[in-house]
Design a protein around this ligand. Structure first.
Ligand SMILES: Nc1ncnc2c1ncn2[C@@H]1O[C@H](COP(=O)(O)OP(=O)(O)O)[C@@H](O)[C@H]1O
Ligand SMILES: [Mg+2]
Length: 266
């Protein structure tokens, strides 16, 4: 069995250990996993093709390409397209009856009261998430940015605290609580503190609804805390595993290669 593990150049540099580990765990399971860099390796030219692809870069055309060749990808196309777009995630929640903080497209006349949070629909790592305390901060931004690329969202009651639930197929691997004492954003990459936390029954229900809808393979499902409830924030398609390794003894790459092999042999 042959697989391609696809990163872009930046992702490859940031994830050297994870890549090595995935390739080693694949080898131990009789799978030849090759690292491919997009776009440098001309994947879309399509001379030889693998039996599956693990796509760890955001690129809809890669998903289209493999789908057209009937080659399974991890995660699949639907998961990647919804999870990597915060507006589409909001639409999914509307459809599934999952509560999210009030959300609308960026507009010069917001209906959500201040303070609110503005986010780029395809942002990551908290770098394009902005707290807008009042109209004076918000309006200049709304007038100079494309409404199709940003959402405005109600600010939750307990900023700086959130929880990521790691899910592989039907299995919840762990819940990790992240807290920041210096910023309303609790992203680990921005210096938030992390610890293992129990996944609540309400969170499990939300995870299960999303799993059935997106048919994901391995994701992080992120919650923020509002009025004593965990509220869905986003789904991470290319989920980083540093917190999972920092807080648990799980062999994440081994589990993922077991999962992929079992799914392909089904
Ligand atoms: N509505 C909100 N209210 C308060 N804090 C928020 C809200 N949305 C996001 N945050 C905080 O900002 C962080 C980054 O936002 P997020 O939507 O996850 O964007 P990114 O994809 O860049 O991580 C979240 O982890 C959370 O701590
Ligand atoms: Mg996030």
């Amino acid at each position: 069995m042959t697989g391609w593990l696809i990163y872009d150049e930046v992702g490859k540099k940031r994830n050297a250990w994870f890549i090595q580990s995935l390739m080693e765990k694949a080898r131990q399971r009789g799978i030849s996993l090759f690292l491919k860099i997009h776009p440098d390796d001309n994947i879309l030219s399509g001379d030889t093709l693998p039996d599956f692809a693990i796509i760890r870069t955001i690129c809809p055309s890669l998903h289209q390409f493999f789908e057209a060749h009937h080659i399974p990808t991890f995660n699949g196309k639907l998961c990647a397209s919804v999870a990597n777009d915060k507006w589409r995630t909001y639409e999914m929640c509307q459809e599934l009856g999952i509560f999210q903080m009030a959300t609308e497209r960026l507009s010069p006349a917001p209906t959500i009261p201040f303070p609110l949070v503005v986010k780029k629909v395809d942002g990551h790592g908290g770098t394009e998430v902005y707290l807008m305390p009042d109209e004076e901060t918000y309006l200049p931004f709304a007038h100079t940015h494309d409404r199709n690329h940003y959402i405005a969202q109600a600010f939750c009651s307990h900023p700086g605290r959130d929880m990521r639930v790691y899910v592989m197929g039907e299995n919840i691997l762990a819940g990790i609580l992240r807290e920041s004492h210096t910023d309303f954003r609790s992203n680990f990459s921005l210096g938030g503190e992390v610890s293992v936390a129990e996944v609540t029954p309400a969170q499990r229900d939300i995870v299960e609804k999303i799993r059935r809808y997106l048919c994901f393979d391995f994701v992080g499902i992120d919650f923020i805390y509002h009025q004593n409830e965990w509220v869905l924030n986003e789904v991470e398609d290319i989920v980083g595993c540093r917190m999972l390794y920092a807080c648990t003894d799980l062999d994440v790459t081994g589990l993922y290669m077991d999962y992929i092999k079992a799914k392909l042999l089904k």
